[in-house]
Design a binder for this molecule. Sequence first.
Ligand code: NAI
Length: 261
Amino acid sequence: MTTPEETKLTALVTGGSSGIGLATARALAGAGYPTVICGRNEDSLRQAAKQLADEGLAVTTVTADVTDTSSVRHLVQAATEAHGPIGVLVNNAGRNGGGVTAQLTDELWHQVINTNLNSVFYVTREVLARGGMTEGGRIINVASTAGKQGVLLAAPYSASKHGVVGFTKALGKELAPQRITVNAVCPGYVETPMAERVRHAYAEAWGTTEDDVLTAFEAKIPLGRYSTPEEVASMILYLAMPVAASVTAQALNVCGGLGNF
Ligand code: NAI
């Protein structure tokens, strides 16, 4: 059996310095994919790479902002120069954001849509146009269960993630003749730095404590707990592997039963 190293399937993970992205980089690099991670902050990227290096895993880092098309062009160019054509793209970078809709600023709305949805289009287009992705390629978009149902006080976030799911399903059909699969992974609640920011925002909105918010959220999850970044990364790794060749245009939940749709 050929290994990812032999076939040189470069994996590019956006937002790879933290949370789900870091766990995904660990899983892909551990499985032998030459892996590139990007993020906006050079120090955070360096720390993530060091953490992985201490575990015996090498990743290449590229500082890039996925909401900026010239930065995205540089990212894909740097990734291909480092390791060759991109075989696996994981569009993971994202942010939370919401509030009472009547009080939302244009700035917050646009930042959330740009970071969570427009970026997925920008990076995917660049990888398809100039990243060398060919037959056997994998595009995996980290959406959310909020991409399938509305989340209270999170209209921009829910709108952006529904957009990612729609983009995924359409592109999956478009690229099927080229044998490139396109899927979304939809986490529910996952314990990451973003999850902490989300609990903080709800605690402020509801005038309660972050612990109370945690208890309320856990009560909604049939398995009674947050998923781990590693559990989400395992689904992403599966979708990247040859064995997942017949899975395309899907949106797969990793959510402890929070969503069953
Ligand atoms: P996180 O905050 O730990 O990591 C997000 C990563 O994206 C960071 O590395 C950050 O630097 C990067 N990033 C943000 N904006 C960027 C930009 N403009 N350019 C480049 N990189 C950028 O968050 P987490 O939880 O790991 O989230 C990863 C993905 O999973 C996001 O798309 C998020 O919406 C999604 N998700 C997370 C859930 C959770 O409960 N944590 C639930 C459902 C989905």
